[in-house]
Ligand binder design. Structure first.
Ligand SMILES: *[C@@H]1O[C@H](CO)[C@@H](O)[C@H](O)[C@H]1NC(C)=O
Ligand SMILES: *[C@@H]1O[C@H](CO)[C@@H](O)[C@H](O)[C@H]1NC(C)=O
Ligand SMILES: *[C@@H]1O[C@H](CO)[C@@H](O)[C@H](O)[C@H]1NC(C)=O
Ligand SMILES: *[C@@H]1O[C@H](CO)[C@@H](O)[C@H](O)[C@H]1NC(C)=O
Ligand SMILES: *[C@@H]1O[C@H](CO)[C@@H](O)[C@H](O)[C@H]1NC(C)=O
Ligand SMILES: *[C@@H]1O[C@H](CO)[C@@H](O)[C@H](O)[C@H]1NC(C)=O
Ligand SMILES: *[C@@H]1O[C@H](CO)[C@@H](O)[C@H](O)[C@H]1NC(C)=O
Ligand SMILES: *[C@@H]1O[C@H](CO)[C@@H](O)[C@H](O)[C@H]1NC(C)=O
Length: 360
């Protein structure tokens, strides 16, 4: 494990900071294990000086699509706050719609996966000072942060549905604000290979498809991290050298995930890319000629009850450049980097403030 950490730190992250990408949004309407690890990885990268998390937006109400329940749980923000607090960033702003439910697991997560979110959000079990009075509405929050941001400085990572981003786009002044301030939108989802995976838009896009179609209009560059690419990365271990008290450890142990994170590394990898970019060497663009964009096409065989899916169309010209990612390194090397980040602090809890920072 220690060797893995060394591989990560020395090879992965020292030489190549992503130019001008110290400002990152994490939008995260999800409470499965990879999401917890993704937030852990983002926090660790912030401690290492690679990111400044401007906020975390949770809970989407896919009102445009009434076939599935929403995922706006009253537990998700306190749980996120517990993770941020563990990593010494207790004040990362949080946003959520106020249409809260008491859901304890995402609708598609099987009942036999033990829920952990009530434990994580309980301040007697995990330190956090969450106060709902500080929670803003997502669109108001995005607008506020983007208004204050410098031009083309904000990266948004969407590892869930695109409902709130759709609502931002259609808010007054939305397109101009996005175009001016957003450097890149990273979307975990989208099918980007007509040959090998023509109908694999993925859950995040299909769940609220009418909102997802905002990507065809979105005025900043978009990078898609398709599920079938991210899913190739096995070896992100749950048996890591991390503290028993870590909320990330608690999540995967309680949820009874075994071996590789049960729901795949998608969210972790998309977050990792969003912060470090291509310069890390793990990924490269699949559409090497910088052509094309995601297009929605009819698909009666879609696994979710919707009528459309996505394909990559090289003939489409989107409002701003669009790319999709493919792996550019061995699966083992990429998994080792992620494992190294998750187990960055070893058995110790990060020391706050002036917390331990991984040796570069
Ligand atoms: C979760 O919290 C409940 C009480 O709220 C407690 O009984 C249970 O032991 C906790 N689960 C774990 C795995 O600690
Ligand atoms: C939750 O995370 C899983 C694993 O990354 C992902 O497949 C799923 O789409 C996410 N669900 C939501 C509601 O964002
Ligand atoms: C930011 O971009 C706007 C146009 O989108 C431009 O008018 C303004 O001068 C830019 N600001 C800076 C500081 O470059
Ligand atoms: C799509 O998948 C096919 C089959 O796996 C592969 O040969 C081809 O290179 C892929 N195309 C792109 C653009 O990734
Ligand atoms: C964990 O999962 C394994 C394999 O799926 C199962 O046999 C075991 O009963 C589960 N343990 C708990 C505590 O749910
Ligand atoms: C992909 O890997 C090759 C070989 O290691 C490297 O030369 C290249 O710079 C990488 N591409 C990206 C975009 O990182
Ligand atoms: C990219 O450009 C090269 C050289 O012009 C061409 O051979 C190749 O077919 C193009 N690939 C795509 C996916 O357009
Ligand atoms: C686990 O982390 C501790 C530091 O917290 C370190 O001393 C120990 O060597 C690590 N163990 C392994 C197997 O990497």
């Amino acid at each position: 494990m220690f060797q893995i950490l060394a591989t990560l730190v020395l090879v992965g992250l020292t030489t190549t900071t992503r130019a001008n990408s110290d400002v990152t949004f994490l939008t995260c309407p999800n409470y499965t294990a990879p999401f917890a690890a993704a937030i852990g990885v983002a926090n660790t990268l912030q401690s290492m000086g690679y990111a400044d998390i401007l906020g975390i937006v949770s809970g989407e109400v896919p009102s445009h699509f009434d076939g599935l329940p929403d995922v706006t749980s009253k537990y998700s923000l306190p749980a996120i706050d517990a993770i941020n607090t563990w990593y010494c960033h207790p004040d990362i702003p949080l946003a959520q719609t106020n249409e809260l439910t008491s859901a304890v697991r995402e609708p598609t997560v099987p009942e036999d996966v033990t829920e952990y979110i009530t434990n994580l959000s309980d301040p007697t079990q995990f330190c956090q000072d969450f106060n709902r009075k500080n929670v803003k509405d997502p669109v108001e929050f995005y607008t506020d942060v983007l208004t204050k941001a410098e031009n083309k400085s904000v990266t948004i990572v969407a590892i869930g549905f695109l409902t709130n981003l759709h609502n931002l786009y259609y808010s007054s002044g939305g397109p101009a604000l996005i175009e001016a301030k957003v450097k890149e939108l990273v979307v975990q989802g989208g099918s980007c290979n007509v040959t090998s995976n023509p109908h694999g838009a993925g859950y995040n896009l299909l769940y609220d498809l009418p909102s997802a179609e905002v990507v065809t209009k979105w005025p900043s560059p978009i990078t898609f991290f398709p599920g079938f690419i991210a899913g190739q990365v096995t070896g992100i271990k749950s048996e890591l050298n991390i503290s028993d008290k870590s909320p990330v450890r608690f999540v995967y142990e309680t949820a009874n995930f075994t071996g590789d994170f049960k729901f795949g590394p998608h969210d972790i990898l998309a977050t990792y890319y969003a912060i470090l970019g291509l310069s890390d060497g793990s990924f490269t663009h699949g559409n090497a000629n910088d052509t094309g964009g995601l297009q929605f096409v009819p698909n009666p065989k879609s696994p979710v009850a919707v009528k459309e899916d996505t394909v990559w169309n090289y003939a489409v010209t989107p409002p701003a450049s669009q790319h999709y990612l493919i792996l550019n390194n061995t699966i083992e090397s990429i998994a080792n980097k992620i494992n190294g980040l998750i187990s960055c602090y070893g058995k110790e809890q990060p020391v706050c403030p002036g917390q331990k920072v991984c040796t570069k």
